[in-house]
Design a binder for this molecule. Sequence first.
Ligand SMILES: C[S@@+](CC[C@H](N)C(=O)[O-])C[C@H]1O[C@@H](n2cnc3c(N)ncnc32)[C@H](O)[C@@H]1O
Length: 314
Amino acid sequence: MPTAVSLFTGCGGSDSGLIDAGFDVLMANDITSYAKDLYNANLPETDYVLGDVAGVKAFPKADLLVGCYPCQGFSMGGVRDPNRKINYLYREFDRALRQVRPKAFIVENVAGMTRSGHLHLLRNQLIRFRSAGYRVEHKLLSAIDYGVPQERTRLFFVGIRSDLGQRYQFPEPTHSINLVDGTISCPTIRDAIGDLPLWPEGEYDTQPFHWYYLSRNRWRGWNEQARTVVANSRHVGLHPVSPPLERVHTDEWRFKYDGPARRLSYRETARLQGFKRDLQFPDTAGLKFKYQVVGNAVPPPLFRAVASALPNIW
Ligand SMILES: C[S@@+](CC[C@H](N)C(=O)[O-])C[C@H]1O[C@@H](n2cnc3c(N)ncnc32)[C@H](O)[C@@H]1O
């Protein structure tokens, strides 16, 4: 079984995909304690080190290194300041890469890194990874194309150590759009959450729908795919049981009719990210953290597809 070290591990979206692809995760690291709690409740085999990655001085030897550094600085929905310190955590990944010297690495980040103001950061990363001795490919991938019932586009870098003489090819979509009738052969919101209770008390954010919430269409129907699952519970999309929204003006939406409305629950967002259906949520933190770690995660089926496409270099 090939081995992996995982950095910026979060609650284990990427690692669940890795494990499904046949990897043994030797070590994981993250600074958020609830991310570790959720991970340990579901993937207890991994040695999960809690703390700032900068404090991890030695990493175990492994075949694969994985890292999904934080994305607030690049996120389409977050603060887009290219000078923020958080945008430079890739240097920690680079440090681990040079120490571990794995046969391959995978990095995931938000699509915002391909925006013009951030291109220098994208180039810096490519230069660093190449100078560390890797042949690197990068591509934006859409989670829907790999069977995740959610609109979510993410940037992936995959590198293979140059001495192995191999080049990585990104996987072809497994769930595509039918160009004749426009249908998508991807699971729907109903497939993902249709069996869950309609009003799971205590599992969803009940804050009012303020003007910012109603500045865009947060609703999707049962037979559609969900909007991007976000980490901030206040901004999470509406459950399809809620009345649909209609546009009033630019950046102003309202409910089409009166009726009870609610956000998706944290458990539903995990399903829409493609986590296993019986994911366990320990009660060591409140709603906010449950939504946060799930919204930050890489959809496991997407990460599994990327890891499974690595050539057999083990
Ligand atoms: C995009 S999320 C990772 C998601 C994860 N790969 C998954 O699939 O669940 C980025 C993670 O980086 C972590 N992080 C931020 N700063 C860190 C630091 N200095 N050291 C370690 N982890 C850090 C955050 O807590 C967050 O969980």
